[in-house]
Design a protein around this ligand. Structure first.
Ligand SMILES: Cc1cc2nc3c(=O)[nH]c(=O)nc-3n(C[C@H](O)[C@H](O)[C@H](O)COP(=O)(O)O)c2cc1C
Length: 336
């Protein structure tokens, strides 16, 4: 028997919003679900209609999406979970990983990791009467990479749906290397289904990682999929045999990239869906242009000459110039 890996699209604020998730699912596939970028809760205030709309189940049918909350205030979180329940959600995710000083410095996101007692108090309070289930996404620690141990002791006492670990400290931000030895320790210590996250960027590296963390229930991918949207479908096809038979264990070839013309067609279609979707969500050509420029920071990496492409995009002063730039871009050679 072979097992397909369960893959989650990571939350990337500013990029993996509802329009992106839907277009991705239609053009590339490969993901089983997504966690949406965090909603920063404002103490004592309800969720904004736009925040609820972004994660609305009916607008996220292409890729089932779990909303993520950022807060250190239990009553506000309890109220938000009720609102999410009323909006049709069965599950939410709590962000204990955000490294930005504006967030972590104020004791939210990764700023909670040095304080397992506070995490305990918040979970105790919130889960007492939560109408939805909760998962947690965390880093190894804020500055100290061993903080996850005391945090997991707390998380293990609550009925969470899963624990997602980005195997870096907050101090590392998004650079440096992931700490697979500590990820393995966390996996061994965690009583909940464990989702690994960090630097999954290529099929052969993913095979090695699956060998190193054989007990992981699922895998979260962010930048690797943004840079190469064909990655998750390839990983999904690269199923691993659970049989003891030597023949079954023979590894097949790593699933190849689709042919260049097929990739070009799908990238063009994806871009068209983003342009169309943001055109409907955003008001005015200026906002649309800004949004598309932001998307190109990642989309450009699907091409062999990303710098040239980004420069062309950045110099597009209006939507007409932008359209001319994208006509040129989609004739450029693709990255391999
Ligand atoms: C620009 C940017 C925005 C991010 N926004 C969020 C977020 O809203 N919530 C969250 O939990 N993680 C966020 N992350 C972290 C990613 O979800 C993920 O944990 C991280 O990029 C490591 O995974 P990767 O190597 O597969 O990208 C963000 C990362 C980046 C680079």
């Amino acid at each position: 028997m072979s097992v397909d890996p369960i893959l989650t699209l990571a939350p990337i604020r500013g990029i993996t919003d509802a329009v992106y998730r839907d277009a991705f699912a239609r053009c590339f596939g490969g993901f089983d679900r997504a966690i949406a970028p965090f909603i920063p809760l404002r103490q004592g205030q309800p969720l904004k209609p736009g925040e609820l709309r972004q994660v609305a189940p009916e607008l996220n049918r292409g890729l089932p999406t779990i909303p993520q909350l950022l807060t250190h205030h239990a009553p506000t979180m309890t109220a938000a979970l009720r609102e999410l329940h009323d909006a049709g959600h069965a599950e939410a995710n709590w962000n204990l990983g955000c490294p930005y000083p504006m967030v972590a410095g104020r004791g939210r996101g990764s700023g909670l990791l040095p304080h397992p007692d506070r995490i305990d108090a918040i979970l105790g309070n919130v889960l007492e009467n939560s109408p939805v289930r909760l998962s947690v996404k965390l880093r190894l620690g804020y500055r100290n990479p061993d903080e996850f141990k005391a945090v997991l002791d707390v998380l293990n006492r609550y009925p969470l749906t899963q624990v997602i670990l980005h195997a870096r400290t907050a101090g590392q931000m998004y650079g440096g290397t992931v700490d697979l030895a500590r990820a393995a320790q966390a996996l061994a210590a965690c009583r909940h289904p464990f989702e690994y996250n960090g630097d999954i960027i290529a099929p052969c590296g993913f095979r090695t990682l699956r060998g190193q963390l054989p007990g992981a229930a699922s895998w979260m991918i962010g930048r690797g999929a943004l840079a190469c949207p064909f990655l998750p479908a390839r990983l999904k096809l690269d199923s691993v045999s659970t049989s003891d038979s030597a023949i079954d264990k023979l590894k097949p070839e790593i699933p190849p990239l689709p042919a260049p013309e097929e990739r070009r067609r799908r990238l063009r279609e994806f871009h068209g869906l983003l342009l169309d979707g943001y055109g409907r969500w955003l008001s005015g050509p200026g906002h649309l242009l800004d949004k598309m420029k932001e998307q190109w920071t990642w989309l450009a990496l699907a091409f062999a000459n990303p710098r040239q492409i980004l420069s062309r995009i950045r110099h597009s002063a209006d939507l007409a110039a932008y359209a001319a730039s994208t006509d040129w871009i989609f004739d450029q050679p693709l990255a391999e």
